[in-house]
Design a protein around this ligand. Sequence first.
Ligand SMILES: Cc1cc2nc3c(=O)[nH]c(=O)nc-3n(C[C@H](O)[C@H](O)[C@H](O)COP(=O)(O)OP(=O)(O)OC[C@H]3O[C@@H](n4cnc5c(N)ncnc54)[C@H](O)[C@@H]3O)c2cc1C
Length: 468
Amino acid sequence: MPSRIAVVGAGISGLATAWNLQQILPPDSDITVFERSSHVGGTAWTEHSEGYLLERGPNGFLDNRESTLRLCDSIGLTDRLVRANPSSNTRFIFLGDHLRALPASLMSFLTSDLLSWKGKLRVAWERFIRPKLDGGDESIYDFGCRRIGKEATEALLDAFVTGILAGESRQLSLPASFPRMREMEMKYGGLFRAMNQLAKERKANAKKLDQNQEPAPIGSPRGHLTTIAGGMGVLLTTLASRLNRPPILNTAVDRIERASHQRWHVHHDQRVTEVDAVILSSPGQTQAQLLRPIDPELSREIEGIAYAPATVVVLGFPVAKFTKVPQGFGYLAPARLGRPVLGVIFSSSIFPHQSPEGYVQFRAILGGSKRPDVVDWSDDQIVAAVRDDLRITLRIEAEPSFRWIHRWPRAIPQYHLGHLDRLQRIEERRRQHPGLFLGGNLYRGVALNDCIVDAEKTAASVRDFIAH
Ligand SMILES: Cc1cc2nc3c(=O)[nH]c(=O)nc-3n(C[C@H](O)[C@H](O)[C@H](O)COP(=O)(O)OP(=O)(O)OC[C@H]3O[C@@H](n4cnc5c(N)ncnc54)[C@H](O)[C@@H]3O)c2cc1C
């Protein structure tokens, strides 16, 4: 009997899982993706308006993970990858008065006005701090204070946390949210030691490549922000179009239950589909809801994973309003400022093709865990907050000629302290339900790259289950 599999949710996690399954299962396997909304993509979706390309969620991914590049290649998108403009490298930090460029070296950091002298020396002292090797959980804030000091943590590390996760560094678990940082400490003894060692390895690799006269590998470490021509939505629609059976849209799965003979019943549209395995790749709320009647404890654990809200705002201005168009990647603001704007990306500098000729685009993210109220503000209030920020940071007084807003009441899952223990408990409960698999950005990584790696692993587990 050919195997039948149901995937719930057509975001990147669900679609990449279905695509991987299609590659590794026998060709007669029947893989059905159910999607509640009218299009695939979930968080990763692109809109177009008045010549602007508008990303509701991710504006790209870092090209340093093989899985993502392999996925793009396997669906024929390699030629459509667009790297960020190299002139957009400079990143800024907003500490409440003006923008400060993030230094490229330790020496330029020491001569910058980012921190007090004491704060800078404390950062430089990082290489002498002994690693914490007990393997226990630790908040990002505590990790930062321990390694680089309180001042740098509150000004710099906190801004990155806000920018990437829209969360609070005191609540978020370092090993769950930034496992690479924990690894740098465990493996190399500290962050600076790790960066030095990795830079040496990169140099040696580059030399080797030079000798062989090969181009630099696309997936070389560090990574460049990369999008797809036409926007991130193209990745998702192309992925969906390569599936043998197109995702079933406008179809929410409203119940799953064990059927006889080790199979599952998936309820949707007052119909039932019988499958051998079901993979939940929807957000936490719906996973918890679907699992409640089957395993209330598992449902409670999943429900316990918090989400931070976020609001995405794009403002467009005619180039003529600027004597000099701001160049660089954009800026982040630490949560301690309590400002509604978490950061602003200079979209026209990064991806010039995403704005109409003669116009400049800025993309701001507002809200997060510290300012959950912002998502309920009116459009005018939201735009006023962004304009207020741009007035201080970039001296932009002009009225925007274009504005666009997308609200995410539950934008980004937060891996709070205890997340890894929670994952263990979730996995133990999941194993009690053969044929049930859990995926999505709420477990093992929020970035698209992480979701794609996780989808590969989930597909491999499903294959092993089917094979037994
Ligand atoms: C504002 C913002 C900016 C971001 N920027 C970046 C970035 O620059 N780079 C990066 O790497 N990552 C970024 N991310 C994170 C990344 O986009 C997400 O983590 C990722 O897209 C989540 O994918 P997913 O498939 O796990 O979940 P989702 O995208 O949430 O997909 C889940 C899908 O399940 C569907 N669904 C829900 N319930 C049901 C049901 N009952 N039946 C059927 N279908 C159902 C939903 O409609 C949805 O389509 C950003 C996220 C946000 C919110």
